[in-house]
Design a protein around this ligand. Structure first.
Ligand code: NYM
Ligand code: MG
Length: 224
């Protein structure tokens, strides 16, 4: 073990993705607790995306709450701009040896926009503004059947935000599969986990996926 900054291994960038109600936030927290129990306090943190605390994040929040309307292209670019705002803090955490767990990221941006079926917003168009952002070392897709999630979820607040409609979620699920398929967008090795099971079962698979990926090199690659 060394503490010298030159030789210190960088933190890992781990992405958890999925539909609304897939259990991402819970699993991010549990994974973070697990990594902290292994590597110590401060070795890991969770970054929620979108980050609703910035000015751009507040515009996104207001759009999601249906307090404002925006063209589909504009909100797509705001979500992307919100990720660009996070770039520096993500990179500096990783370089300081801290693992960052992302609660959503680029695949959400592309999948939710594609699901709208707007002619001018192709996969290419949607991914273009994301190129150059830090690339996750691995991506975990917590897969749920939106119909099933409706029965299982204990979230009383579901349905209050834009996009939180079962039929739309079905479309987003198909788009996630397109975005995460080989050859679409390189977000590292992708693990699809059945999230319609107990929290403990899902966590066990998440931990197994994370433990199976070895990060080599000190450079963080970028989305191409
Ligand atoms: N969402 C999230 C997008 O439409 N584009 C994006 O780039 C991102 C990151 O916003 N319904 C959608 C997915 C969610 C909503 O996320 C906010 P959350 O995890 O519910 O706070
Ligand atoms: Mg949500």
């Amino acid at each position: 073990m060394t503490t010298s900054s030159e030789t210190k291994t960088r933190g890992r960038l781990i992405l958890l993705e999925g539909l609304d109600r897939a259990g991402k936030t819970t699993q991010c927290r549990l994974l973070c607790d697990y990594l902290i129990s292994l590597n110590g306090a401060g070795s890991c943190r969770v970054q929620k995306v979108p980050d609703r605390t910035t000015q751009i994040g507040q515009m996104i929040n207001s759009y999601l709450a249906s307090n404002t309307t925006l063209p589909d292209q504009s909100i797509h670019l705001l979500f992307s701009a919100n990720r660009w705002e996070l770039r520096e803090s993500i990179l500096s955490s990783l370089m300081a040896g801290q693992t960052v767990i992302l609660d959503r990221y680029v695949p959400s941006g592309v999948a939710y926009s594609l699901a709208k079926g707007v002619d001018s917003m192709s996969l290419e168009w949607c991914t273009a503004p994301e190129r150059g952002l830090p690339r996750p070392d691995l991506t975990i897709f917590l897969d749920i059947d939106p119909e099933n999630a409706k029965l299982q979820s204990t979230r009383a607040d579901f349905g209050q935000e834009r996009y939180e409609v079962t039929e739309f979620q079905e479309k987003v699920r198909e788009c996630f599969k397109k975005v995460l398929a080989k050859g679409a967008l390189d977000v590292g090795p992708v693990f699809t986990i059945d999230a319609c099971r107990t929290i403990e079962q899902v966590t066990a698979d998440v931990v197994r996926a994370v433990d199976s990926v070895v990060v080599s090199g000190s450079e963080v690659s970028t989305l191409l």
